[in-house]
Design a protein around this ligand. Structure first.
Ligand SMILES: [Cu+2]
Length: 185
């Protein structure tokens, strides 16, 4: 019984640790920042990144010359800055991505979006790991070394992530049952 509790506690700890360590900060345009200078290819920039819910998008720019506006897809395509969903003007804006899907940002200064100062932050709606459930069976052969965590811990992580609140509740119940019974005995 205590072993089960310990295993569950470890699993919860791993899940929490993974979730914390997963959040990344993405500075738009990398060293160039959010600008019209140098014709930064923001489409290319975002294509080279992997965005996840919880990640932070950072826009760094001179607020005298630029701003950041979150817009709809249609407004993004036509560079329409007349009705932004959100506007940021500090020059050092950090935006936490809380939902999957596309997040469209443009600079609202006339001409800048048309000049390429626009970026589409896309958080894939379904990650491959979540679509195809990875078998947890111990007889499955170990996959070739991945650059990040082992496949087994990946599948456990996605499993735990999906059932996180349930698991926490379960762990709490287990702890209660074990400690409760040991006090009675
Ligand atoms: Cu601008």
């Amino acid at each position: 019984m205590a072993l089960v509790v310990r295993a569950l506690a470890t699993l919860v700890l791993v899940a929490v640790t993974l979730q914390v360590s997963k959040a990344a900060v993405h500075k738009v345009g990398d060293s160039a920042g959010w600008t019209t200078i140098g014709n930064v290819d923001y489409k290319l920039w975002s294509a080279t990144k992997t965005f996840q819910v919880g990640d932070i998008i950072k826009f760094e720019y001179n607020p005298q010359f630029h701003n950041v506006m979150r817009v709809t897809h249609a407004m993004f395509r036509s560079c329409n800055a007349s009705l932004p969903l959100e506007t940021y003007t500090t020059g050092n804006d950090t935006i936490t991505i809380t939902t999957r899907g596309h997040h469209f940002y443009i600079c609202g200064v006339p001409g800048h979006c048309q000049g390429g100062q626009k970026v589409d932050i896309n958080v894939p709606r379904a990650l491959s790991a979540e679509v195809a459930p990875t078998p947890l069976a111990s007889d499955s052969p170990p996959a070739p070394a991945a650059k990040t965590p082992a496949p087994a811990s990946n599948s456990v992580a996605s499993l735990v992530k999906k059932s996180h609140p349930v698991l926490l509740a379960l762990a709490a119940v287990m702890v209660f049952v074990v400690f409760g019974s040991s006090f009675h005995a």
